[in-house]
Ligand binder design. Structure first.
Ligand SMILES: [Zn+2]
Length: 310
């Protein structure tokens, strides 16, 4: 599925004052690729060109350059492919502008007829269709910044669909499987055999007959490390009195309901188990929270200076 929605860039022939936006984007995109712009977009009669760009290549025997006639076609609103009818007299336009190559930047795709036509013209050509542009943009940090400016909604949507942990503690706090060391919070899929378990442990033979106290917590890979964890607990005279799926703590609404549901459980924990639970919850919180605002960061720093935990 493509991530960028090219209709975020206004249509070229509409007189909104933004009709050059796609050309401007194309110019910045080429510069991102290190292709030098010789002529920038300007409004008005364009004698069949949109931009002229130069790609300087360094070889062992010196430099050579290709001067491209750049054609921008923004057809994302109709969704139709760019055909030979959209690109007429290519050879003539290239020659007339003193170029020796053709470069198409399209917000849709080219038809195979257009590709055949270009292949038979006998000079260099490059086509950047919607997918190729997207791939190039996502390759570098600078590309992503450019995408953010021209496709703000698409990038926002991408962030929603691909959440990443927020570094509220300065650096990422990991919860590693106590058996094999795998990070149990990273890339956890919805409850699956590959997920992790948060186990609440009690003593197998309690010293007294009261309500069992949770004396320890353990976390490990659900299937792969279960047997070994059972063994380890046994050696310590412990057993699980209940468990939660690690994934549930990474789901924003489940996180809240689980904490509320587990009040009684937390009350049964001794100080050691409670400390481990706090570490786990704080780590999981990185995945369900948002970044601190500047003011919130300041408050956090001030409270830390005063020795308060935050
Ligand atoms: Zn493991």
């Amino acid at each position: 599925m493509p991530i960028l929605n090219y209709t975020e860039i206004p249509e070229a022939h509409k007189g909104s004052g933004l009709q050059d936006t796609f050309e401007q984007f194309a110019g910045e995109f080429l510069e991102l690729l290190g292709i030098h712009l010789v002529e920038r977009p300007s409004r008005g009669a364009d004698s069949g060109k949109d931009l002229i760009a130069e790609d300087v290549r360094k070889g062992r025997l010196g430099k050579s350059s290709i001067r491209y006639l750049v054609s921008c076609k923004h057809k994302a609103f109709s969704g139709s492919a760019v055909s030979p009818t959209d690109e007429q007299d290519i050879a003539d336009r290239v020659k007339r502008n003193g170029c020796n190559g053709f470069l198409g930047i399209y917000s849709t795709i080219p038809t195979s007829n257009l590709q055949d036509k270009l292949a038979n013209l006998g000079f260099e050509y490059e086509l950047f269709d919607n997918r190729r542009i997207e791939r190039e943009l996502f390759r570098t940090r600078e590309g992503l910044a450019l995408a953010k400016r021209y496709f703000p909604l698409s990038i926002k949507q991408m962030a929603v669909e691909n959440p990443s942990p927020v570094l509220i503690f300065g650096e990422l706090q990991l919860v590693k499987c106590e058996i094999c060391g795998r990070d149990l919070l990273g890339k956890v899929k919805p409850p699956s055999f590959l997920g992790g378990v948060l186990g609440y442990c009690i003593e197998t033979t309690p010293m007294h007959e009261q309500e069992p106290t949770i004396v320890d917590l353990c976390w490990y890979c659900k299937v792969k490390c279960m047997k070994k964890m059972e063994q380890r607990l046994k050696e310590k005279n412990l057993e699980e009195d209940g468990w939660d799926d690690v994934y549930d703590y990474l789901h924003p609404t489940r996180f809240v309901t689980l904490l509320l549901q587990n009040f009684d459980l937390i009350a049964q924990m001794n100080s050691q188990a409670r400390a481990k639970f706090e570490t786990f919850v704080a780590s999981a919180f990185q995945y369900v929270s948002r970044e601190l605002t500047a003011e919130e960061k300041e408050i956090r720093e001030r409270m830390q200076e005063m020795g308060m935990s935050i």
